[in-house]
Design a protein around this ligand. Sequence first.
Ligand code: ATP
Ligand code: ZN
Length: 223
Amino acid sequence: MKPRDRLRIAMQKSGRLTEPALELLKRCGLTFRQSRDKLFCFGEGEPVDLLLVRDDDIPGLIAQGVCELGIVGRNVLDEFRVTAGRDSEPLAELRPLGFGRCRLSIAVPQEFDYREPAQLSGQRIATSYPGLLGAWLGEHGVEAGVVTLAGSVEIAPKLGTADAICDLVQSGGTLVANQLREVDVLLDSEAVLAGPQALPADERGDLVELLLKRLDGVIQVRE
Ligand code: ATP
Ligand code: ZN
């Protein structure tokens, strides 16, 4: 890949993390030109540009070196880390950002008398996080069927395609609406700043250091 001098940060184009991520970058002194419905936003002050993409693509873009940093849910970052091949560039969680909080949890139908993970043996569990679920099941020595779905995981038990789900929960409202009950938490998540394990050894690396310093200031003020 051609060397670049400008730093690139990937963030969600449109979704729960978009507004708080832009707000945070603004508080770090970064401003961008061009409307938000485009893929690319040009940084006006510092040589830092934005890539607006689907959140699921962010870890891969960092691993490929298309961008240096990304603002993404820990759930998405960790799923990538669990499933990425050994040849993939290792990624790091550089900072927790304090917004987009949610949990990756197991939920079961109301009538399922859940007490421990072992009860999931032989059951079918629907999820969009097969890597994290598989790792958790493995830790508990549970062999279950993992049904991978891209979305609408919460309706799988009602459709009869799964006995339980492993999905993101925030308020729990979606679970209640689908007669499901949260019974175990796999991961506490929030938006994080993700980057490569080894930062570029050039001006971009220096820029990352500068941004991290500003970020720490902003986060401290907010706490
Ligand atoms: P995209 O089009 O970018 O793929 P998406 O539908 O996957 O969007 P959102 O629903 O906007 O993404 O969620 C983005 C992130 O927000 C999640 O990965 C998660 O970290 C966080 N989040 C917080 N609360 C919730 C929730 N209740 N449900 C889903 N995600 C949540
Ligand atoms: Zn997504």
